[in-house]
Design a protein around this ligand. Sequence first.
Ligand code: SF4
Length: 330
Amino acid sequence: MTTTAATPLLKVRDLRKHYTTPKRWLRPARPPIQAVNGVSFDVARGETLSLVGESGCGKTTTAKSVMRLVEPTSGSVQLEGRELLSLSAEDMRMRRRDLQIIFQDPYASLNPRLTAGDIVTEPLRNFGMGAAAERRERVQWLFSRVGLRPEAVKKFPHEFSGGQRQRLGIARALALNPKLIVCDEPVSALDVSVQAQVVNLLMDLQAEFGIAYLFVAHDLAVVRHISHRVAVMYLGHIVEIADRDTLFSAPLHPYTEILLSAVPVPNPRTPARRMLLQGDPPSPANPPSGCRFHTRCPMAQAVCKEKAPELSERPSSSATGSHLVACHFR
Ligand code: SF4
């Protein structure tokens, strides 16, 4: 399949992940948990698209479904125009060369019995890249590029600080020159001062190598700093997607407005009106009818209970992209 400059690097369409619980004798069947329910978006080369929303909104499941670390129920995920969901396990393994992931807790994803050098060498060896001396040289280069000292290759993961471990996770993800890295809450377990260093490192690497990020986060200050575009998720759906500046300065969906009202304002003399979300999110096993947000929306009308709003285009002041919103009244 040929790709053109206009082909997005990643194209996700109508992605669904429903978890079913096994039927038990004498127990009525439970409805499936609709963790992700018809999500569509594109990520361009060298772009950062962030997925945000409350915990349980489906952002991490979406990101892991793109990687096929959880197997989607249906939908389409194309990388450079090639469908990933129909690939065999072996073909998918080969495709992961272009598609890497950085986890929230790097410690849990690093083999504690391997040295840091071996951890970063492993993907190179698995994909047969270079001779042993070339791999050693590349690992040294990767260590220096992510800000780890050369002698750190001999250390084990438990000998690193949290920030250094995340740098090690980044070096491992970078080893194969990926086109897209899924960042699953990569800084939320780190101290605030270290968070800024790791976020800036990710941005520098993007500028240098043109990597795209699918960035999952709940910290909106971090999202505002790193993103080109932002998709807001609620109960398994995208409810608004726009470029970063439009979303933060002129959000349209009531849920986005409420989420953003909690973000610290850069100028403390500017009055901020903090809005609070009413109640808990409904269960994804039994979502509300119509607009899924209607049980908590301060603007809800009768129609909201009956009819689900489409995610559709609104006029955008931005030259860089479209503004899509799922609301009957915005
Ligand atoms: S469609 Fe109705 S309930 Fe949903 S966000 Fe818009 S106003 Fe609120």
